[in-house]
Ligand binder design. Sequence first.
Ligand SMILES: Nc1nc2c(ncn2[C@@H]2O[C@H](COP(=O)(O)OP(=O)(O)O)[C@@H](O)[C@H]2O)c(=O)[nH]1
Ligand SMILES: [Mg+2]
Length: 261
Amino acid sequence: MGESDLNFISGKVKPITVGIVGPESSGKTTILGAFYLLLGRGALTTDAVPFSNSYTLAGWEAVATCLRWKPGQSPRFPPHTPSGATRAPGMLHLGFRREDGSLRDFIFADAPGEWFQKWAINKQAADAEGARWIAMHADVMLLIADRQALAGPTMGAARNDFQLLAQRALAEARGRRLALVWTKGDVEVAPAMEAQIRKAVASVSSSIPEFTVSVYRRGESDAAEGFRELFSWILCTKRAALDLPTKEASGHDPLFRFGRR
Ligand SMILES: Nc1nc2c(ncn2[C@@H]2O[C@H](COP(=O)(O)OP(=O)(O)O)[C@@H](O)[C@H]2O)c(=O)[nH]1
Ligand SMILES: [Mg+2]
């Protein structure tokens, strides 16, 4: 789904947009693939928030199909998300019925990591258009910390990149929901490194929730659990209510009340 298709959904109520912010190969597309596979098994949400519909089933299939077991072939990871020439990220849609009976649309924006790497360094970078799109439109941002990169031979560079990206994302979030998501939770990371990553996020706000996901089972816990916890946090997102002024003040010119930039 592209940017112009969004009108189709936002004609009703503006959907909640989830932006996944992280460098290349940090496990962003895998999160979406895992959500979709769990949804297909009825294991992503509870009966209280049943799945309603999706306008992008073919798109979901495309990200998830590699993660499935097929006869004679073990599951693979999704192919690399190309950055190409597009200016807006590819978007996947899911609709849910909430407890009060209302329908809620969610849009998941899967952008190539290159965009974020450029955006972290220069907010105005010409080829970071898609990252700016997410920063502007996302209601929820998932800031990805790739445990594999943070434990690998280039962990120092990965940490610096994370610090830059976290700074940018936190500055842009301005009151919107943001979570720190550790991907590849099966990989051990030095406690000192974990502390530095948390510190980069906590420097702005100490109340940022944390999730850990992995496609591999860790100890006793089911691999699906991390994805479920993350998804249920996303589902709780409410659109911030617009605070319109009361009637008594209506004599004033709106320009002076709302201001204009
Ligand atoms: N160990 C481990 N590796 C993972 C996991 N999820 C993804 N990966 C690896 O990370 C690579 C990149 O994943 P992908 O979702 O395409 O990352 P993206 O570029 O951020 O969309 C995959 O090809 C896998 O090799 C995980 O849960 N555990
Ligand atoms: Mg990807």
